[in-house]
Design a protein around this ligand. Structure first.
Ligand SMILES: [Zn+2]
Length: 862
């Protein structure tokens, strides 16, 4: 017997137990059924779900459940991006091993996900810190080394000289070590790289095939890959036989070069420093951090003359070679040609060190150009450029490239901003890099017994070095009968998240990294959902990995994610006290009692504990720094999962920011209570006769039309537009119509109500699955997961009468109801007979009568 009142606590755990017992979300390959692979970005097991997770995973679950109701074979897996720095930090802080901390967090968060009723196939659960997972990544990496797609190179890291350890970027606070506050240095150490640049062109071009991705994300990826066309050329060096290789995207400015700048780490600079103390000091200074690429634009440009002279490849003119802090060895060749008149950075440097500034580009329209106070960076027409003067920048690009080519010292070259992916991390909590370092200094991929390399988990973190470093029991191995050392660096955790989507297809396979048959059925991911903060690195690396997996025959297709949805942020009101020093002490919104006026503006905010007034700082992203995170668990405990799910889907369209509001959550609760009550009243009143749609009264006909209009709108909003909020609003409107219906107690009224309530239950079931499961059974059916999606009855949409607007001389004067099949003459006659219209027609002559079918009549009279 159905309960009279909606009690989520009584039904949600019961329904979840039913799903689990019947394994309803278990996904199995079925060649006869169209598949739908729905994936939300897996969480880092930080300890508790935050509201952003709840939003992300609700969107994914609604889409998955909707597709299932469309008859698709849906797979929706979930797992854990389990390696990473926070586990190490927690280990140091709480003296618990990272593995134990991670496993406990996973267990708690998994319970939270289950309590929200997400329809995951838990048999496919993955935790990336498990050897069963990362062993495949190690195996794959050895293949990449064999294919020369992974290589070792000396590269700079953040180094704390006091702790003698490498620091992650997050561990460098204002240029100093987070632990001991010692200024951080750059240190060059050997590290492993994956050759993503070999796929740069394809990664760029294939973006054009991703019609289901937001333009914004594709633009960010294009920009990151950064394809440019330019010229690579060689400057001679006076008195030497070697050359200085330089790349520029502005060869049209070549005749304006007044110096050449090289990186501090450039071999020429290093060599020149041997007998130049000033230069040696400068190079040492550049080694200290603060020269991250992001700082380059704003930092003070500094340099020292190397004393060397470069020779211009066309004119043979001699220009000085400087070492400059704004040139990085990691980018291009580590040397740039400087054209101060047409590059602002070069201009500032030239002004500072009194280097010549020579204008070689004039405005295309012939107007005056000055390079006295700033560089002129536009393209235009060449001036002061000898044989090239008068050419446009575009023509000069090719003419100068040809001239360089003829002299054998240059050519057109496509360049990418994208760098190879450095995957070495000197930290502990990650997959060990499967490399063996031999006594002779060479490195080889681990193989045979040495693979996989299992990370020891029973460790004590001393807070300085990774426990597998300086640890002979981990690193000492025999290789080909010779003593050797394991690599003690671990992989960047982006490695694990780059292929997990493919592993879900065959998560337990001990034969394959990815079972090609399973992957062939499930891939690509039909819908991927996650935050915009992953728009560049994660999505680029995953696309890259997919192409790598394709090239070894493990997957088909060129792209992993067919459609991408980036959900907006979750915002909440932030509150604070001002302390004596004028600083702000933030109070969590859950600890504040807020009163509002009828426009929703805050009139009073009081700290629940102290009773004191706090100030509102407006809506902002839920964050630790403003202490305005709302714990979803509290809302789930009070309102139940369905209310929280409904609210997160109703409060905003998925791509936009969601402003958390307690009153909004209460509104969602009231709505579900109304749905329940309507169903209860209908069901508890006894048997319902069959619907006879041909003989309905005008009111019931109108109600039924509203039902089918709603079905039409909701199907389109959810299925095509992903506008869940407007779909919910349409159901709310329908509910109002049903409650107002005066004939809902009559025999046919109850039949119309039943049709309406059943449609509502199925349409809401992707969003609020627990209550809908319960109501569907109460309505006499079995499992709402296998219910048919309601279909629009076109005949119900037909109107018996239509409303016609009457205009006199273009102004609306009245409205009339006419039979839907009335002809033009009947309608014109009815319009002229209308009493409101007649008041305007008295004493004038009708000149013209216009009828817009189904809409309006316009009578022109004077
Ligand atoms: Zn330190």
């Amino acid at each position: 017997m159905m309960q009279e009142h909606y009690q989520p606590s009584a039904i949600e755990s019961k329904v979840q137990a039913y799903w689990e017992k019947n394994q309803v979300f278990k996904a199995v390959v079925d060649a006869n059924k169209e598949k739908f692979y729905c994936l939300s970005m897996f969480p880092y097991p930080s300890g508790r779900l935050h509201m952003g997770h709840v939003r992300n995973y609700t969107i994914g679950d609604v889409i998955a459940r909707y597709q299932r109701l469309q008859g698709k074979n849906v797979m929706q897996p979930m797992g854990w991006d389990a390696f990473g720095l926070p586990a190490e930090n927690a280990a140091i802080k709480h003296n618990v091993a990272p593995a134990k901390w991670t496993v406990e967090n996973i267990s708690y968060m998994k319970g939270q996900l289950k309590s929200l009723g997400f329809g995951y196939d838990w048999d496919r659960e993955i935790a990336t810190c498990q050897p069963e997972y990362y062993r495949w990544e190690q195996w794959f990496f050895t293949k990449l080394v064999e294919k020369n797609l992974a290589y070792k190179k000396v590269s700079a890291v953040n180094w704390c000289p006091h702790d003698q350890t490498v620091l992650a970027n997050e561990q460098v606070i204002e240029g100093c070590c987070w632990r001991c506050d010692t200024p951080v240095e750059r240190k060059e150490i050997p590290q492993w790289f994956i050759r993503i640049t070999a796929y740069a062109e394809e990664l760029l071009n294939d973006l054009d095939t991703l019609d289901g991705w937001p333009e914004q994300v594709k633009a960010m990826q294009r920009n990151w890959i950064g394809r440019s066309e330019g010229v690579e050329m060689q400057f001679g060096i006076k008195g030497r036989s070697d050359k200085l290789s330089i790349y520029t995207t502005r060869p049209d400015t070549l005749m304006g070069v007044s110096y050449v700048a090289v990186a501090a780490a450039h071999p020429l600079a290093q060599e020149a420093a041997a007998n130049n103390a000033k230069l040696a000091d400068f190079i040492a200074e550049c080694k200290v951090m603060g020269t991250a690429e992001a700082d380059m634009a704003t930092m003070e440009k500094k340099g020292v003359d190397t004393g060397l002279t470069a020779i211009h490849p066309i004119t043979g003119a001699e220009v000085p070679v400087w070492t400059a802090n704004f040139v990085l060895m990691d980018y291009g060749s580590g040397a740039v040609m400087a054209v101060p008149a047409h590059d602002q950075r070069d201009f500032e440097f030239a002004k500072k060190y009194n280097l010549p500034i020579k204008q070689v580009i004039g405005a295309a329209d012939g107007s005056e150009v000055s390079v006295a106070d700033a560089a002129y960076t536009e393209k235009g027409v060449l001036v002061n450029s000898g044989e090239f003067s008068g050419l446009s920048s575009q023509d000069a690009f090719h003419k100068i490239a040809e001239a360089l080519k003829a002299k054998g010292c240059g050519q057109i070259k496509v360049n990418f901003r994208l760098r190879d992916w450095g995957v070495s991390r000197q930290r502990y909590w990650g997959s060990p890099i499967p490399i063996v370092n031999l006594a002779d200094g060479s490195s080889v991929p681990a193989s045979g017994d040495l693979l996989p390399v299992i990370l020891p988990t029973d460790v004590v973190m001393d807070g300085v070095n990774s426990p597998i470093k300086n640890n002979p029991s981990f690193s000492d191995v025999m290789f080909n009968g010779q003593p050797a050392q394991r690599e003690t660096d671990t992989f960047d955790t982006f490695m694990e998240s780059s292929w997990y989507y493919a592993r879900y297809c065959s998560p337990r396979s001990t034969e394959h990294m990815v079972d090609p048959a399973e992957a062939d059925y499930w891939l690509p991911v039909d819908q991927y959902i996650g935050g915009i903060e992953h728009a560049i690195l994660h999505l680029l690396y995953a696309r890259f990995f997919h192409k790598l997996l394709r090239d070894v025959g493990l997957v088909k297709g060129n792209e992993p994610f067919k459609n991408l949805l980036c959900q907006g942020m979750v915002l909440a009101e932030a509150f604070y006290y001002e302390n004596e020093n004028g600083g702000k002490e933030w109070v969590n919104p859950q600890d504040v009692n807020v009163s509002r006026d009828d426009k929703g503006r805050i009139t009073e905010a009081l700290d629940k504990t102290s009773g004191k007034t706090v100030k509102g700082a407006g809506m902002s992203k839920m964050s630790k720094s403003k202490n305005n995170g709302v714990d979803p668990q509290a809302a789930i405990d009070i309102y139940g999962a369905d209310v929280v799910r409904l609210y997160t889907m109703f409060a905003a369209p998925p791509e936009q920011s969601l402003e958390w509001s307690d009153s909004g959550v209460q509104g969602a609760q009231k709505f579900l209570q109304r749905v329940w009550r309507l169903a209860y009243e209908l069901i508890s009143a006894g048997d319902i006769t069959a619907l006879n749609s041909a003989t309905l009264s005008p009111e019931l006909k109108a109600v039924r039309r509203k039902v089918h209009e709603t079905i039409q709108k909701v199907s389109d909003d959810i299925g095509r537009r992903y506008n869940f909020n407007t779909a919910i609003a349409a159901v709310m409107e329908l509910l109002n119509t049903l409650q107002r219906c005066e004939e809902k107690g009559t025999e046919q009224g109850r039949a119309v109500m039943k049709e309406a309530v059943e449609a509502i239950v199925v349409m809401l079931s992707p969003i609020t699955p627990h209550i809908c499961h319960e109501l569907w059974i109460a309505l006499g059916h079995s499992d709402v997961l296998s219910a048919p999606w309601p279909q629009v009855d076109e005949s119900a949409l037909v109107r018996d009468s239509i409303e016609i607007v009457i205009q006199i001389n273009g102004k609306m004067r009245s409205k009339i109801e006419v039979a839907a099949n009335a002809d033009k003459d009947t309608i014109l006659a009815a319009a002229k007979a209308d009493e409101h219209a007649q008041r305007f027609l008295e004493g004038v002559t009708i000149r013209k009568e216009i009828y817009v079918p189904g809409k309006l009549v316009n009578i022109v009279a004077n």
